[in-house]
Design a protein around this ligand. Structure first.
Ligand code: AMP
Ligand code: TRP
Length: 361
């Protein structure tokens, strides 16, 4: 490709978003964020911190505000260079909820009620409606005094579709659990194009080649998750070496003593996967190297490699989290670029659906 070609050919637009729900886990890092940082060179990247999604379940305002800063500081610490991508807060860009409303009017309620994540959340929270004012107040812990299912929780996948279509994204990196929502987004884009004429690109899911799936340290057949009630199950990106040591040494291993990555040994496989993802050594090389050694040797080395690999992320984060002005600047610049792109697409959509042109009045 000549320089001219690369100048004239627009880069693919990649968009992904995450809820500002607190600290990232080792699973988020190895399965998602670390891979995003490898896409910055060859793509135009947008990373949304979706605070409007975060209020679909109760969250205390001060917690939400703080989480947004934690989120951007973690992203930058993990290698999302703000010079090479746009990081923005969803509520800073006008268009997400506007487009979501238009798409809501194209979405049959039944499609939303069938979404797996909605059904899971409803069964977890229990179906209750707020019957009086006090049900909607926050307790000190940040949760509402009674759990309620809001219409927002039902409509959440439409807002997600709007997040994607507002930027006419080509590729959307998502985990397994979000594939059904992306499918809805593709259907809505097609429905809109069919009803009003060609407007949206149909976005494709993007599955990184190197995404490792990290399992719980106490129940290694289950995915490592930030919301796990057992504190020992989840390694957080910012855990200090002492805590990493405690969690890895108490991690569940399997019967026998052989160090092999096989389905019958989910605990050992998980430790080997973590090692391999951080050290770039293949699973079979690690199996060879640990042949004849005990589980203790593997745990020691895994502890060491996690502590060492995450040390730069930890120290960068500590430096950044106190620089609120710098973090705000990243988000302001990110929102400005995002808004520019979003505005063009939203204007086109408004025209297509027949909203009168404001400039004519
Ligand atoms: P979540 O924390 O569920 O909102 O997920 C954010 C991103 O991290 C998604 O792309 C997930 O697929 C990825 N992710 C979350 N947990 C893990 C895990 N245990 N292993 C690998 N990837 C994960
Ligand atoms: N629903 C996603 C999650 O909970 C977050 C999300 C919101 C998202 N909007 C998006 C992901 C757009 C990708 C693209 O993980």
């Amino acid at each position: 490709m000549t320089d001219n070609d690369s100048m004239s050919k627009p880069k693919p637009v990649i968009l992904t978003c995450a809820q500002p729900t607190g600290l990232l886990t080792l699973g988020n890092y190895l399965g998602a964020v670390r891979n995003w940082s490898e896409m910055l060179e060859n793509n135009e990247c947008y990373f949304g911190i979706v605070d409007m999604h975060a209020i679909t379940t109760p969250i205390k305002p001060s917690v939400l505000r703080n989480n947004v800063f934690q989120c951007v500081a973690q992203y930058v610490a993990c290698g999302l260079d703000p010079e090479k991508c746009n990081q923005f807060v969803q509520s800073h860009v006008i268009g997400h909820s506007e487009l979501a409303w238009i798409l809501t009017c194209l979405t049959p309620i039944g499609e939303l009620q069938r979404m797996t994540q909605f059904k899971d959340k409803v069964s977890k929270l229990g179906f209750k409606t707020a019957e009086n004012e006090s049900d909607l107040k926050f307790s000190h812990e940040g949760a509402r005094s009674q759990s309620t299912i809001s219409a927002g929780l039902l409509c959440y996948p439409v807002l997600m579709a709007a997040d994607i279509l507002l930027y006419n994204a080509d590729l959307v990196p998502v985990g397994e659990d979000q594939k059904q929502h992306l499918e809805l987004c593709r259907d809505l884009a097609q429905r809109f194009n069919h009803q009003y004429s060609e407007t949206f690109k149909i976005p494709e899911p993007y599955l990184p080649k190197t995404g490792a799936r990290i399992m719980s340290l106490t129940e290694p057949t289950k995915k490592m998750s930030k919301s796990d009630e057992n504190q020992r199950s989840t390694l957080f990106l910012l855990d200090e070496p002492d805590l990493i040591k405690k969690k890895i040494s108490s991690s569940v291993t399997d019967s026998g003593s052989e160090i092999t990555a096989i389905p019958e040994k989910p605990g050992i496989s998980n430790l080997l996967t973590i090692h391999s993802a951080l050290s770039n050594q293949s699973l079979s090389d690690l199996e060879d190297r640990f042949a004849g050694k005990g589980y203790g040797a593997l745990k020691n080395e895994v502890t060491e490699i996690i502590s060492e690999s995450l040390a730069p992320v930890r120290s960068k984060y500590k430096e950044l989290i106190n620089q609120k002005d710098y973090l705000s600047k990243i988000l302001a610049e990110g929102a400005q670029s995002a808004q520019k792109r979003a505005y063009k697409i939203l204007s086109k959509v408004y025209r297509k659906v027949g909203f009168p042109d404001r400039d004519r009045f």
